[in-house]
Design a protein around this ligand. Sequence first.
Ligand code: AMP
Length: 218
Amino acid sequence: MSKIIVIIGAPGAGKGTQSRLLSEEYGYPQISTGDILREMARADTPLGRKVKETMAAGLLVSDEILGEVIRARTSQPDCNNGYILDGYPRTLDQASLLEELASQQGKQIRFARIVVPEEALFKRLTGRRECSKCREIYNIYFRPPKVDGVCDLDGAPLTQRSDDHPEPVSRRLEEYKRSTAPLIDYYSKSGRLIEINGEQPVDVVFEKLLAAADGPNN
Ligand code: AMP
């Protein structure tokens, strides 16, 4: 049966990095709701402006908008064999929509949570830089590029997300505790959540995620 791999974790836990590796491994698309919303926020329309404002404030975009986004994206043909969700679900409402979609699409869901202590997240987020071309992720504290502000791989300039500045980061971490933590309780109680220590090296976290994604049905 085809799979939906769900990675849950606080902002900065490494969901993007790991989803990208999983996507290469399985050939499934990586669906980052943050990326989709950032694209929507570029449009100068009432919806685009609303999304942009919400994201800039570090708050969650409404479940209604996310419902439309996720339904539309996961019904694309490249999702037929499976897909990886990076940043969805983030609320209990989103989780129940996902269950509904999985059964409509005849897919099995595998959940893994990447756990990183809150103290470490702030530096991971405020230090994050991304290549404007190939999207490789760096961190000025932990994984700086060889040349300041420039991607090692293609020489393109590195950019910083507007919500990776200290103030929105604090709000995103608060929003995570308020809206997404209950979801973790919900999945843990049903015994379906595999927890992985996200402070291990990227390749170790990846091996454990692969085991979670390939493991017995949950
Ligand atoms: P991310 O790139 O996953 O850190 O997401 C960036 C921002 O996009 C978040 O701070 C939210 O404003 C918004 N966002 C992404 N995914 C969701 C979601 N599943 N539900 C609500 N808002 C979301």
